[in-house]
Design a protein around this ligand. Structure first.
Ligand SMILES: [Zn+2]
Length: 460
C-alpha cells in the first residue's frame, strides 16, 4: 500500500513537474541532437573573400569542429547530415543595435528573439535593458528559450539617474556587478560623463549609444567611448557655433545639416580611428523616417504582420509626426541621408571600425527583417556585399574582443551559421534566400522557421 501510493505520487510528481515546466520541455526539443555535418557545401568563411567549394562543416556540441574538403572529412558517427549541395554556408549575423522588449509583454519579447533567429541574426547587442533581459540571456544560454546570443546593455544613463560624479562611479560599478555587458549612454553632463568613462575604463566596462550634447563628438572620442550609435553628434561637430545661430539640431542633425563644413569630415574620421571607437550606423533608423513612402503604406510591408498592432500604430504616428516637424522637411532629410551614406563610405575607406546595426524594433524596423534592409542600405555607400557582411560577422566578434569566438566559419567557432540557397557575395539580398539557421549548434531548418513565424503572425 505504502509503496503503491508512493509510486503514484512519484508518477504524478514527475509527470506534472515535466508537463508544467515548459522550460524543460523546450530544452528537450532544442538540444536533442548535438552533432551535425553540412555536406558538400560552398563555405563563405568570412575571414577572407573566398568561396570554399565542396566542403564539409562538422558541428559538435555547439561548436564548429571541422571545416574541410568533403573527401577529407572525418564525420562523427551520430552526426545528422544536412545536405549542402549547391548551397552556401556563412556565419550568422549580429544585430549590434537591437532591442529586446521588456517584461511588460513577455510573449512579445520571446517572439522578438525568434524573429532575430528566423532572419539569421545569431547575436544581438541589446541596447537598453533591465534585469529582465539579463534573465532572458540566462534562459537562452541554458537553452530554455530559442534566441540569439545576447549582450545586454544597462538601463539608460541620464542626469536623472546619475546626478553627481559619485553617483556615476557607483552606478557603473553596480551595473557591472549586476551582469550588464555595456553601459547605455543617454544625456549626461560633462562632469558625470567624464567620471562614468573613468570608472568604466578602470573596471573594463564598455560604454556606448548616444553622445550627450554637452559632451559632443570630441569629448566622447577623447573619453574613448566604445561605440557611437546612429552617427550621433557627427553633424553637430561639423557645424560651428557661430553658423548655428540658435537653430535646433533636430533629429541627428537634420535641423542644421545644410550648415555642415565638409572640409572637417576627414578630421572627424581621423579622430574616430585614433580613439578606436566603433560606429553603428543604423542607416535604416533615419532612412525609414526620411523616405517618401507613407507611413500607412509602410505598415503594410510583408514583415509587419509579425509585430503587435499597437507597435505599428506607434510607428505610423511617429512618422506622421516627423512629417510635420520643421527640422525634418524633404531638403533636410535628403541631405541627412546623403551625408550618412557618405560618412559610411569614408569611415569604411579610412579603415574605421563599423558594425552592423539597424535599431530594431524602432520605426518600421521589424527585428531580424530590418537587418536585411540595413545590409542593402550599406551597399549604397559603395561597400561590396562582402564588405557589408564583414560588418555583421567578423567585425562584431572583434568589437567584443573575441575574434576567436564567432563571426567566421572556422574550426572552434561557435556554430552560428546561415545556410543559403544562393551566393550572398554576388547579391546581398541572397542572405534572405535561406535554407536554415543554426544558432549555437541548434538547427532550425527553414520549414520549422516558417511554422513558428506563422504562429507569431497569428498572434498579432
Ligand atoms: Zn536604439
Amino acid at each position: 500500500m505504502v509503496m503503491n501510493d508512493f509510486g503514484k505520487l512519484l508518477i504524478i510528481f514527475v509527470f506534472f513537474g515535466w508537463y508544467f515546466n515548459p522550460a524543460f520541455a523546450q530544452q528537450e526539443s532544442l538540444s536533442e541532437k548535438r552533432a551535425y555535418v553540412f555536406t558538400d557545401v560552398n563555405v563563405i568563411p568570412m575571414d577572407r573573400e573566398e568561396v570554399l567549394e565542396n566542403y564539409n562543416v562538422v558541428v559538435e556540441n555547439g561548436r564548429i569542429t571541422a571545416v574541410s574538403p568533403s573527401s577529407k572529412t572525418n564525420i562523427p558517427e551520430d552526426a545528422e547530415k544536412i545536405d549542402g549541395r549547391d548551397k552556401f554556408l556563412m556565419p550568422g549575423l549580429a544585430e549590434m543595435h537591437g532591442h529586446i522588449p521588456g517584461e511588460e509583454d513577455p510573449q512579445y519579447a520571446e517572439d522578438v528573439l525568434f524573429l532575430y533567429i528566423a532572419n539569421g541574426v545569431t547575436t544581438v547587442r541589446n541596447m537598453l535593458g533591465t534585469n529582465y533581459q539579463l534573465k532572458l540571456r540566462e534562459r537562452v544560454n541554458k537553452e530554455e528559450l530559442p534566441g540569439p546570443t545576447i549582450f545586454a546593455a544597462s538601463p539608460w544613463l541620464s542626469n536623472d539617474a546619475i546626478p553627481s560624479t559619485e553617483a556615476a562611479d557607483k552606478m557603473v560599478r553596480e551595473y557591472k556587478t549586476a551582469g550588464f555587458d555595456l553601459l547605455k549612454i543617454g544625456g549626461l553632463n560633462p562632469e558625470t560623463y567624464k567620471q562614468m568613462a573613468l570608472t568604466a575604463h578602470k573596471i573594463e566596462m564598455p560604454f556606448g549609444g548616444h553622445i550627450p550634447e554637452a559632451v559632443g563628438l570630441e569629448g566622447a572620442l577623447e573619453a574613448r567611448q566604445t561605440s557611437i550609435d546612429h552617427y550621433d553628434r557627427y553633424v553637430e561637430f561639423l557645424v560651428s557655433e557661430d553658423k548655428k545661430k540658435g537653430r535646433n539640431n533636430g533629429f541627428f542633425g537634420s535641423g542644421i545639416i545644410d550648415l555642415i563644413d565638409r572640409d572637417r569630415i576627414s578630421e572627424a574620421i581621423e579622430m574616430t580611428i585614433e580613439a578606436g571607437t566603433w560606429n553603428v550606423p543604423t542607416l535604416s533608423l533615419v532612412e525609414h523616417l526620411a523616405i517618401d513612402e507613407a507611413a500607412e503604406e509602410m505598415i503594410k510591408r510583408p514583415e509587419m504582420k509579425y509585430m503587435p498592432q499597437r507597435i505599428l500604430k506607434n510607428w505610423e504616428k511617429a512618422k506622421n509626426d516627423f512629417k510635420n516637424r520643421e527640422d525634418f522637411q524633404p531638403d533636410a532629410t535628403t541631405a541627412l541621408v546623403e551625408f550618412r551614406r557618405e560618412l559610411t563610405k569614408r569611415l569604411h575607406e579610412a579603415g574605421a571600425g563599423i558594425v552592423l546595426g539597424s535599431d530594431a524594433p524602432q520605426f518600421f524596423n521589424v527585428p531580424g527583417f530590418s537587418i536585411h534592409h540595413e545590409l542593402e542600405m550599406m551597399t549604397n555607400s559603395d561597400l561590396t556585399p562582402y564588405e557589408v557582411l564583414v560588418t555583421g560577422t567578423r567585425n562584431a566578434a572583434e568589437y567584443f574582443g573575441t575574434p576567436e569566438e564567432f563571426g567566421t566559419v572556422q574550426n572552434g567557432r561557435r556554430a552560428d551559421l546561415i545556410l543559403l540557397n544562393s551566393n550572398p557575395l554576388e547579391d546581398i539580398s541572397n542572405v534572405q534566400d535561406r535554407s536554415g539557421v543554426m544558432v549555437r549548434g541548434i538547427w532550425f531548418p527553414e520549414e520549422k522557421i516558417r511554422e513558428k513565424l506563422q504562429e507569431i503572425e497569428e498572434r498579432n
